[in-house]
Design a protein around this ligand. Structure first.
Ligand code: PEP
Ligand code: MG
Length: 573
């Protein structure tokens, strides 16, 4: 038996056969030189390939639109904008002229240059690499070059555990859902486009596994998404352990199915607020079928990304109105645009030396781009017809930051008054994200001025540990529930209780059921999780016996390493 330990990205347990999916260009990519007279012909071949890829892309987009797969639509729009970029075609043509090489060679080399350029930039730009890889592959496909395929026939017959160096959006979308048991990759990140799409398959995902070194096509393995483990040739005891777990899960599912119309609670009947994080429009459709306690975090960044200019007030109004109306009887917490390294629209012109994680965030971004925030607030105020809007301000560290956001809100109200637009401004609740150590330390003061707080554990962890989030190296080193983070969360929950105001945990750690005994014990009662995770968690809560053991918390605070923390949570898995 061999256990490969990676980074748990989406939970679930499956047993199955591995199959490699490769996005790498096969050795068959032709490289040859051409003489001067053939240059125009090669450039023409490139133009034709671009046109072919564009037509294909439009077709794919149409399908994604009819399937109402909004996140796929956004991603494919991004790919189309790469194909429509005239400077790209120009660089490839220049390359052919200068080097006198064939079209395929030039396309591949220029894309490689872009990919390398983005590899050394921040996380957000690195995310673009996948978009470039996908677009390049589509172009090469137009030259009849094989890109992206299963390396063994079992993958075509499926379902399999898909192993890949890295997941790309088109790869995730081109493999039929019924053929995927799990995704296992070497590179990845919790918030990458590909991961967002892969999560909607509802299968376990693990990254940080040396797939090429450790796995072969056709291997029988167990994937434990919650523990981030791939188990090769499990021994009998492990086999039995997982067989029992899988059986247990099926039983739990049947039990929960008949109770799905009830609100969320633990086994002992303690009511827990369970809300939804909405990060892409595609998740709206999920939300309608679930009995939830409202939207706990609407990440509005999706409206601003993958386009050439910010969305207009009207566009935003339509989107916000739709989601506020659809949840009319429930609160919808809408986070005001939160820019950062992982979510930076390209039309925000920011100097190259600015550190996108430690510079232009929260209130500072409001000061730099006041019109963008004013437009957003106006659209939100207009859309609040059902009076269920809760405004959430990101990256607030103190009262001064809060004031900056409030000033924009007041300016938006004034502007609408001038335009004679009636708004229901009285009923709007305001809250702040607690995602910097400063905000955690100031929470008592902040709670005096707002109606609720959301704990953004993703950022709170990165700023507490001084390590960037979403990078494989960092996630290999630290546990996502570090004792320092839990201490802060405990303090925030205590202050919330004292102030009689809601404290909702909306970071990724809220998606892991094994953390709940501890999270409930420190006083949290409200959580917000991705729509794809919601039903599983609600079901797990129904089976959760609250623990009376006081030592649970003190014991956790004494843990010294990631390994010890992993071991600690095993008892709850
Ligand atoms: C967080 O930081 O935990 C959070 C919920 O916000 P985001 O992941 O969008 O930064
Ligand atoms: Mg955050």
């Amino acid at each position: 038996m061999k256990i490969l330990k990676g980074i748990a990205t989406a939970p679930g347990i499956v047993r199955g056969t591995t199959c490699f999916y490769s996005n790498e260009i096969e050795d068959t990519l032709p490289h040859y030189t051409v003489d001067a007279q053939q240059i125009p012909k090669e450039i023409n071949r490139v133009k034709e390939a671009f046109e072919h890829a564009r037509q294909e892309m439009k077709q794919v987009l149409k399908t994604a639109e009819t399937q109402l797969d909004k996140s796929a639509v956004e991603i494919f729009n991004m790919h189309l904008s790469i194909l429509n970029d005239p400077s790209l075609l120009e660089s490839i043509s220049e390359f052919i002229k200068e080097r006198k090489v064939n079209a395929e060679h030039a396309v591949n080399d220029i894309f490689e240059q872009y990919i390398k350029k983005y590899e050394i930039k921040s996380e957000h730009f690195r995310e673009l690499i996948h978009d470039f890889v996908d677009t390049r592959n589509r172009l090469l496909h137009s030259f009849n070059i094989e890109t992206g395929k299963f390396k063994c026939p079992v993958g075509i017959r499926g379902p399999v555990i898909v192993a890949a160096k890295r997941l790309t959006p088109s790869m995730v979308l081109s493999i039929p859902r019924k053929n995927v048991l799990a995704f296992v990759s070497e590179e990845g990140g919790f918030t990458s486009h590909a991961t967002i799409l892969a999560r909607s398959h509802g299968v376990p995902i693990i990254f940080g596994i040396q797939v090429e070194k450790e796995l072969d096509c056709g291997m029988e393995v167990i994937v434990d998404g919650s523990a981030g483990k791939v188990i090769i040739a499990p021994d009998r005891k492990t086999e039995e352990y997982y067989a029992r777990k899988m059986q247990g899960r099926e039983k739990k599912k049947d039990f929960c199915e008949v109770r799905k119309s009830l609100s969320s609670r633990t086994k002992s009947g303690k009511r827990i607020k369970l809300k939804l994080n909405i990060s892409t429009p595609g998740e709206f459709s999920f939300a309608k079928e679930l009995v939830h306690d409202g939207v706990g975090l609407l990440r509005t960044e999706f409206l601003f990304m993958e386009r050439n200019r910010p969305p207009t007030e009207e566009e935003q109004y339509r989107m916000y109105k739709r989601i506020l109306d659809e949840n009319g009887d429930k609160p919808v917490v809408v986070r005001v645009l939160d820019i950062g390294s992982d979510k930076m629209p390209l039309y925000f012109k920011i100097s190259g030396i600015m550190n996108l994680d430690l510079g232009l965030r929260g209130a500072m971004a409001v000061e730099k781009f006041p019109h963008i925030y004013l437009t957003q607030m106006k659209a939100l105020l207009r859309a609040n017809v059902s009076s269920n809007l809760c405004l959430l301000y990101p990256m607030v560290s103190d009262l001064n930051d809060l004031k900056t956001f409030r000033n924009v809100l007041s300016a938006a109200k004034r502007a609408l008054k001038k335009e004679k637009v009636n708004i229901d401004a009285m009923k709007i609740k305001e809250g702040v994200m607690i995602e910097t150590p400063a905000a955690a330390m100031m929470v008592e003061t902040l709670l005096e001025k707002v109606d609720f707080v959301n704990i953004g554990s993703n950022d709170l962890l990165q700023y507490t540990l001084a390590t960037s989030r979403g990078s494989t190296e960092v996630e290999e080193r630290y546990h996502i529930l570090h004792p320092a983070l839990l201490k802060m969360i405990e303090m925030i929950a205590r202050e919330g209780k004292k102030a009689g105001k809601e404290v909702c945990l909306c970071g990724e750690i809220a998606s892991f059921e094994e953390f709940y005994p501890l999270l409930l014990k420190i006083g949290l009662k409200s959580f917000s999780v991705a729509a794809s995770k919601f039903s599983d968690l609600k079901c797990e809560l129904l089976h959760l016996q609250q623990l009376r053991d006081k030592k649970l918390i003190t014991e956790f605070y004494k843990l010294e390493s990631k390994e010890q923390i992993d071991e600690y949570f095993k008892r709850f898995i």
